[in-house]
Design a protein around this ligand. Structure first.
Ligand SMILES: NC(=O)c1ccc[n+]([C@@H]2O[C@H](COP(=O)([O-])OP(=O)(O)OC[C@H]3O[C@@H](n4cnc5c(N)ncnc54)[C@H](O)[C@@H]3O)[C@@H](O)[C@H]2O)c1
Length: 367
């Protein structure tokens, strides 16, 4: 950094690299940061591995974002001709919790961890700050599923959890114990968090955000990632849905953060860098913005006026968690940040986006 970043306009005139920036989160961040009121010069690097990310490229270009077709696994691709970079937002990943189950682990490890090392080396060399998109999936599956819950007509509800550090009826906080197994995806992210902390010794300033589920327009949801977009897509493009595991009634719960709330959060962090840097934060919708699958079905029916065929599969996948709620109270206290958009708004915005772009999106969601 050549001069201090201003709190009011932290990115004006800065060069920001968004890796994985043609994906759901990265493309929204890139466009938001390139908008006139923020004023960054944004470069996106993406290998377009995720089906549907290619549809974002013309939108990025139209927003004034520079697109580079490249791979975070390649230091050469990341070098970007040696130009100055002020900030890296690391969004490139294989984000599927099922990665490795159907085959090898090479890609998820190479992209999520090897790619991050390359980004960290770049940050070190160009003296760039880095914001890492980690995940609530760093919390071990069995420990999360051992939390006591009660059952209502539509969902599982977390009890108070006396004696369990970092757990309460409000969800999981940053000090929840990390011992245990968490999926390869979660493991690459947790390993990435450790590496970021090590690179601080080399002068790399960072923020780690463990995001819960993020959703909203632009998400090419599929069975293994992007559940709220997948759910709405069946109402718009046809097809059936299935409640997997946990009794087969769709009572499993996630909190959901609207993508615009995620972008607002990143901007707030960048404007208050000294109070958030060098730390790991839980970021998510929280209890107030949570839905079970059964509740999601009811909302989708209400919003679209249609129904889809629903079935049940009683087998619970070993990677699946019954209830995940992000306890983001640390971030709220530090920044005064709170999500502004409800799960209903998330689903309404998904519906609007899918119907407005139906011709383009149908092949992605019907694949
Ligand atoms: N969406 C969520 O709910 C959520 C929650 C927590 C964390 N995250 C994290 O946020 C980040 C973005 O997730 P997303 O939902 O936008 O996923 P996404 O799949 O839509 O975006 C990831 C992008 O990375 C690209 N990519 C994959 N491998 C690459 C490589 N080797 N080189 C360059 N680009 C590559 C893909 O083509 C894709 O465009 C990920 O790190 C993910 O782990 C997402």
């Amino acid at each position: 950094m050549t001069h201090p970043i201003a709190a009011t306009e932290p990115l004006r005139g800065r060069t920001v690299l968004v890796t994985g920036g043609a994906g759901f989160v990265g493309s929204a961040v890139a466009r938001r940061f390139a908008a006139r009121d923020v004023g960054a010069h944004v470069v996106v690097l993406d290998n377009l591995r995720r089906r549907g990310s290619e549809l974002n490229v013309p939108l990025l270009t139209a927003a004034g974002v520079e697109f580079v077709h490249g791979d975070v696994r390649s230091p050469d691709d990341l070098s970007l001709g040696g130009r100055a970079i002020d900030l890296i937002v690391e969004c490139a990943a294989e984000p599927s919790v099922l990665a490795g189950y159907g085959g090898g682990s090479r890609y998820v490890v190479d992209a999520n961890l090897g790619g991050l090392v390359n980004c960290l080396e770049l940050a070190r060399e160009r003296r760039a700050r880095i914001v890492f998109l980690s995940t609530s999936r760093v919390y071990p599956v069995q420990r999360v599923n051992a939390l006591s819950v009660r059952e209502t007509a539509t969902r599982y509800v977390l009890d108070e959890q006396p004696g369990v550090p970092g757990a309460s009826s409000a969800g999981i906080a940053e000090d929840f114990p990390l011992g245990g197994v968490r999926t390869l995806y979660g493991a690459t992210k947790l390993a990435g968090e450790l590496l970021l902390a090590e690179y601080a010794a080399f002068g790399v300033e960072y923020v780690i955000n463990r995001f819960g589920v993020i959703a909203g327009p632009g998400q090419m949801g599929k069975v293994d990632q992007g559940v709220f977009a997948l759910w709405m897509s069946r109402y718009v493009f046809g097809g059936a849905l299935r409640y997997h595991g946990w009794g087969g009634e769709g009572k499993q719960v996630r909190d959901v953060l609207h993508i615009d709330d995620a972008c607002d959060l990143l901007l707030a962090q960048l404007g208050a860098w000294s109070s958030v840097a060098g730390r790991t934060w839980n970021a998510g919708g929280g209890l107030a913005n949570s839905l079970s699958l059964a509740e999601t079905t009811a909302l989708c029916e209400e919003i679209t006026g249609t129904r889809v065929a629903m079935s049940s599969d009683l087998a619970t996948h070993p990677s699946d968690v019954r209830v995940f709620l992000t306890d983001a109270r640390a971030l709220s206290s530090a920044l005064g940040w709170r999500p502004a958009r409800s799960p209903r708004v998330v689903l309404e915005d998904l519906h609007r986006w899918m119907t407005a772009n139906a011709e383009q999106l149908a092949p992605v969601f019907r694949a």
